[in-house]
Write a protein that binds this ligand. Structure first.
Ligand code: NAD
Length: 463
């Protein structure tokens, strides 16, 4: 742990395991208790007034310094992701690049936000400006291990809040590297704290403490709803309303129109469904295909998926690695069993010899999936694609919009009229036309959804 600039050891430690080779321990990190959380909150509260009153330009400069350090450590940081989270090299590099983008984009944005604004009539001198809130708790997932933790923390810090980073158990080593980078960039002690630990153990203290002003969470719907309840309660001694930023899951669909360019559509769906083994909140887990193209599309998606070589993330010839841990693998296998009972399994990738070595689940494709089947409604967060046949665009849109989520969506079509209509009627946070639906870029495609996918704010955007 790093609390108030000091390294703190704990009797209990968490092993971080390489998902590609379960016998390999990538690192060991401390595991915070509720007492540590209370200490970190007190130190962050103490450091807040000075950080709040620091020149916003100096805070922005700190982010730019951190970005430069990351750039100089780009391959090392990507390497940690390959071994700790089983990102392949290309995806790992993209995550580091995204973290750098967040730092530079939020630095740039802060310089604009810091400009005084006022709407004056003669004789008046009005000023409108933003105030930092106080202590921000940042709770991050493992699937974009550096970018998401870095982006949420950078946004809190640059706007003048102090921050407590609670990374996911599966990516706590990469988070430790981020803590190193903040320190190297010259952040004053007490402004940011590193508090790895088990979510269920430290989460309630962090979310319910009266001195916490803001919780920024990216993760599952279940935990998001717990935090929503906890942050809404007024703790004794609390004198403010807590703000919760929650970015949750998705059940994202791509619609394939009957005039779609099949080469593009097949590539886009396979990349969106199986990139990083389907473990992206933006991943496509449903392909909704108009009947005339359905059979040929399905055949080609299956053949393309068959060509993905499964193996350890560090092997650059493997496009498809393991999922993050054994718990995730077992959960995904449970969904595959449910799929077999409700739909037609048309492809099951066989991980072969590597199966006992790591947390491997091959890509799975189901056809004839009913829109209300479990695998068409619940977020699986793994390599499982449900293909749904429809008779026309009306039905496609009804099914695409017919889940609890509204995060990403896509359309492959050559019809200007259908593209116009889908832009209006497919109601998701990020909609992509004639391309894959993952890989939003900071600033260019501000990212985030609504319904039960999130509160509607955008990461890497104005919010
Ligand atoms: P998760 O909800 O299991 O864990 C996320 C974080 O919450 C971890 O740091 C974990 O330790 C912590 N946590 C767990 N229980 C807690 C509790 N009771 N109180 C406080 N914190 C607690 O999610 P995950 O498995 O790390 O990530 C996968 C999920 O994240 C998926 O649902 C995915 O869709 C979502 N996600 C969303 C976005 C987005 O931008 N919308 C981006 C990435 C991931």
């Amino acid at each position: 742990l790093v609390i108030d600039g000091q390294a703190v050891s704990t009797p209990a430690m968490l092993d971080s395991i390489n998902p590609s080779h379960l016998r390999e321990v990538v690192g060991r990190v401390a595991s915070a208790t509720p007492d540590h959380a209370v200490r970190a909150i007190a130190a962050a509260k103490e450091a807040f007034p000075a950080w709040r009153d620091t020149d916003p330009g100096a805070r922005a400069d700190l982010l730019v310094r951190a970005a430069n350090i990351m750039r100089s450590r780009r391959f090392e940081l990507a390497g940690w992701q390959v071994y700790e989270c089983a990102k392949n090299w290309r995806e790992a590099d993209a995550d580091v690049a995204e973290a750098i983008d967040f730092l530079e984009y939020y630095a740039l944005h802060m310089r604009r936000l810091a400009q005084p604004r006022g709407n004056n009539l003669p004789g008046e001198d009005n000023a409108s400006f933003y105030e930092p809130r106080g202590v921000a708790v940042i709770i991050a997932p493992w699937n974009f291990p550096l970018a998401i933790l870095c982006g949420m923390t950078a946004a809190a810090l640059v706007t003048g809040n102090t921050a407590i980073m609670k990374p996911a158990e599966q990516s706590a080593v990469i988070a430790a590297k981020l803590m190193e980078i903040w320190t190297q960039a010259g952040i004053p002690p007490g402004v940011v704290h590193y508090l790895p630990g088990v979510g269920e153990e430290v989460g309630p203290t962090l979310a319910e403490h009266p001195d916490v002003a803001l919780v920024a969470f990216t993760g599952s719907r279940g935990v998001g709803m717990v935090l929503n309840r906890q942050t809404a309660m007024l703790a004794p001694g609390q004198t403010h309303i807590k703000k919760l930023i929650a970015e949750l899951g998705g059940k994202n669909a791509i619609i394939i129109d009957d005039d779609a360019d099949l080469d593009e559509a097949v590539h886009g769906v396979v990349a969106s469904a199986f990139g990083y083994q389907g473990q992206k909140c933006s991943a496509s887990s449903r392909a909704i295909v108009l009947a005339p193209l359905h059979d040929v599309f399905l055949d080609r998606v299956v053949e393309t998926t068959r060509s993905l070589k499964i193996g350890p993330a560090e092997d650059p010839s493997c496009k498809f690695g393991p999922v993050v841990d054994v718990e995730a693998r077992d959960r995904i296998l449970g969904y595959i069993d449910k799929g077999k009972a409700q739909a037609r399994l048309v492809y099951a990738g066989d991980p072969g010899f590597v199966v006992s070595e790591g947390a491997y689940v091959g890509p799975h494709i189901f056809a004839d999936v009913a829109p209300d089947a479990v695998i068409a409604q619940e977020e699986i967060f793994g390599p499982v694609l449900a293909v749904i046949k429809v008779s026309g665009l009306d039905e496609a849109l009804r099914i695409a919009n017919g889940t609890d989520y509204a995060l990403t969506g896509g359309l492959f079509s050559r019809s200007p009229e259908n593209i116009r209509r889908v832009k209006r009627e497919f109601r998701v946070g990020n909609l992509y036309i004639n391309r894959k639906i993952t890989g939003a870029l900071v600033g260019r495609q501000p990212f985030g959804g609504f319904k039960l996918s999130g509160i509607g704010s955008k990461a890497g955007g104005d919010d």
